[in-house]
Design a protein. Structure first.
Length: 141
């Protein structure tokens, strides 16, 4: 099932986000264009909380693009900075907030934490009983 940006914004963005810096505050307006009309989403960010409403108010950052681009950001984990560089979206205002948006949208579906990847690649050794004897953190091999 493909997620749309509108569904994601209305269901998943509002609330507390521990991965947001506590010191960043601002407003963002996302303008999703589709066949001659524009849907406006207004995000208020502060104290690791995000409020979501439907408004065309002025904001610290205005990000505009086709709805399909925002849908790809949600469904495929397209990086919002990459979309900007490719001119798929435009941004006016405080660009620090643009990079902050990346933390609100999901990453690629097959993304894994770097520590998980490192653990999978780390060599393991087994003792005589066949138990894993991988070195503990900070232990020399």
């Amino acid at each position: 099932m493909t997620a749309s940006a509108a569904d994601y914004l209305s269901r998943c963005v509002a609330g507390r986000h521990d991965n947001l810096p506590e010191t960043i505050n601002g407003t963002v307006r996302l303008d999703l264009r589709d066949e001659g009309s524009t849907d406006h989403w207004f995000l208020t960010i502060g104290d690791q909380r995000v409020g979501v409403s439907r408004s065309a108010e002025a904001a610290d950052l205005v990000v505009a693009g086709d709805r399909k681009v925002f849908d790809r950001i949600v469904a495929e984990g397209t990086h919002i900075g990459a979309a900007l560089v490719r001119n798929d979206i435009t941004a006016q205002g405080d660009l620090r907030l643009l990079m902050l948006l990346r933390r609100l949208f999901p990453g690629p579906p097959d993304a894994r934490h770097p520590r998980q990847v490192a653990a999978e690649r780390a060599p393991t050794s087994r003792d005589a009983s066949g138990r894993d004897r991988s070195p503990e953190r900070g232990e020399r091999q």
